[in-house]
Design a protein around this ligand. Structure first.
Ligand SMILES: Cc1cc2nc3c(=O)[nH]c(=O)nc-3n(C[C@H](O)[C@H](O)[C@H](O)COP(=O)(O)OP(=O)(O)OC[C@H]3O[C@@H](n4cnc5c(N)ncnc54)[C@H](O)[C@@H]3O)c2cc1C
Length: 533
């Protein structure tokens, strides 16, 4: 029986970074288990984002319980299921969050997580290719390629000008000294290719003799001896296997699957687990609680002026032209980030930093059972949401079978502040789209619709139409309180030899998208494990 030093469960944003760093030392024997497959045809092509959103061969395709705050709708919860995890199917926007996000975590008692503490890890992980970036904030030598596409699109240029007219300035690097303002989205795209953690962390480590990667390997539970985790039981194409770790098992299954795996292993709320016939190994009431995500209505606009939107470029001969450009390595809509323009804004005066995010997509699309398709009309979309919502929900298993999806409940808009910021964000998006610079585009507001003006009308529209931005976090919260699951060093409270490292450890949502902070968490975890703080 082979005993590894470390077993990492889940090769996603965080898990790939953990496995890469731990296996850099040839003396460490590392096993990386991934439930999904090695790759998918659409994974490396940025436009493949749309093709993978509803694709069962690369996506867990979870769904929420009926959401009271979303008019009783079940909301889709896509999660990557392949090497690279959600970084292999995501929208590729690269946003770290604000310094205050991490300072808040530190103030909650998590030593080593202030912005000053995590900045070296953000720098270590990236290779930022834009010359203008301030080296005090940006890394140039890390494995993850991050690019800044610059502003060339006339439609998005008009939005930047309009934002300036309502007092929102341009920011050349929202991952630098300050987040405020409007900017083109920085992207995990290099040339024509998506830069997932599969491409940037796993690929370069693949030939290491001390790193074993097993795909289609679904962990069904952890192996515990008393209060120590010694290994993982998993299935590969139906066959049951066990692997053992001399030092640590690191669970990096993401915010839905990590609490699921802990609960299936008897770590969680004792009464709940007993009720499902799961033997309780350790009562830890916070497992699966504190679920948070961004709940974003999409404002929609018809664009009357010709030649501006992807609805036109994505059809007929224009599509052939875009495809040829892509194949020749020229700029093309096929190689673009999902939401190429974003603004970090304040919902009211007197705030220290932005609390709402607007993201523009230069097209209208409609969701079909197999994924989004371009609408027939030409237009653009702007999603708008609170960045640090306070509404919380949960993820819990409903039976002892690892193949069954857990119950996911977000409880969106259950806190008044989340409602207020969402309504304000929608109105800020409208004020930009109604500014003089947008006049030449001949816009017509489709959603919410010009006749909906009051707070209640807008909220009602939000509840009927908003979706998540696919950023679930918080279900194995880091901290010291009774509901915390892991310590500041990401060790599971009360269990030896077990850590969680992924988006689930975030105690609060960061101000932005969650891929960059998830990878940073993987880097930080490896730092703690290697004593490399
Ligand atoms: C459609 C979509 C669009 C997004 N767009 C953006 C964006 O533009 N920018 C951004 O910053 N963020 C975006 N995100 C969010 C971001 O990608 C995630 O927050 C981040 O990737 C989470 O990293 P993670 O390590 O926590 O989990 P994941 O990356 O999801 O990794 C978890 C891995 O564990 C594996 N796994 C789970 N359970 C098991 C098990 N039992 N056994 C073995 N393996 C298991 C999974 O298959 C997966 O590979 C998006 C996410 C999605 C889904």
């Amino acid at each position: 029986m082979k005993i590894y030093d470390f077993i990492v469960v889940g090769a996603g944003s965080a898990g790939a970074a953990v496995a890469h760093r731990l296996s850099a030392n040839p003396r460490h024997e590392v096993l990386l288990l991934e439930a999904g497959s090695r790759t998918h045809f659409w994974e490396r092509i940025p436009i493949g984002f749309a093709k993978l959103l509803k694709n069962p061969s690369a996506n867990w395709l979870y769904e929420s319980e009926p959401e009271p705050g979303a008019d009783g709708r079940r909301l889709p919860v896509p999660r990557g299921k392949l090497l690279g995890g959600s970084s292999s199917i995501n929208g590729m926007a690269f946003v770290r969050g604000q310094a205050q996000d991490f300072d808040t975590w530190a103030q909650m008692g998590n030593r080593g997580w202030s912005y000053d503490d995590v900045l070296p890890f953000f720098k270590r992980m990236e290779n930022y290719t834009t010359k203008e970036g301030d080296d005090g904030f940006r890394g140039r030598c890390g494995p993850l390629h991050v690019t800044n596409p610059g502003l060339t699109d006339p439609l998005l240029g008009a939005v930047v000008e309009a934002a300036g007219q309502v007092g929102i300035p341009h920011n050349s690097d929202y991952n630098g000294a300050t987040q405020d303002g409007i900017a083109m989205s920085q992207a995990t795209i290099l040339g024509r290719r998506r830069m997932s953690t599969a491409a940037c962390y796993i690929q370069p480590a693949r030939k290491r003799a001390n790193l074993r990667i097993e795909t289609k390997a679904h962990a069904e539970c952890l192996i515990l001896e008393g209060k120590r985790c010694v290994g993982v039981r998993y299935r590969v194409r139906g066959a049951r296997r066990e692997a053992f770790a001399g030092r640590d098992v690191v669970v990096s299954g993401g915010s839905i699957n990590s609490p699921q795996l802990l609960e299936l292993s008897g770590i969680g709320q004792a009464e709940r687990l007993q009720g499902l016939g799961i033997e309780v190994n350790h009562h830890l009431p916070g497992v699966g609680e504190n679920l948070r995500d961004h709940f974003a209505p999409r404002t929609r606009w018809l664009v009357g002026a010709k030649g501006y939107t992807l609805n036109e470029r994505g059809r007929g001969l224009s599509l052939v032209h875009q495809t040829l450009r892509y194949l020749l390595g020229r700029p093309s809509m096929m190689a673009a980030v999902a939401a190429p323009l974003r603004a970090f804004v304040r919902s009211r005066d007197g705030l220290d930093s932005p609390d709402a995010l607007l993201g523009w997509v230069p097209m209208l699309s409609e969701m079909r059972p197999h994924g989004p398709v371009l609408s027939r009309e030409s237009g653009m979309t702007c999603y708008a949401h609170a960045m640090r919502p306070e509404s919380t929900g949960y993820v819990h298993v409903t039976c002892a079978d690892h193949r069954e999806a857990p119950a996911i409940q977000f409880n969106f808009l259950s806190v008044r502040a989340d409602e207020d910021i969402t309504v304000a964000a929608v109105n800020i998006a409208r004020s930009i789209m109604r500014a003089p610079a947008m006049g030449r585009l001949q816009l017509t507001e489709l959603g919410p619709g010009e006749d909906l003006e009051s707070r209640d009308e807008i909220l009602d529209w939000v509840r009927r139409t908003a979706e998540t931005t696919y950023h679930p976090v918080g279900t194995c919260k880091m901290g010291n309180d009774a509901m915390a699951v892991v310590s500041n060093e990401l060790k599971v409270h009360g269990i030896e030899g077990l850590r969680v490292a992924d988006a689930s450890i975030m105690p609060t949502l960061v101000s932005g998208n969650t891929n960059a902070p998830s990878i940073m968490i993987g880097e930080r975890a490896a730092g703690w494990i290697l004593g490399d703080a």
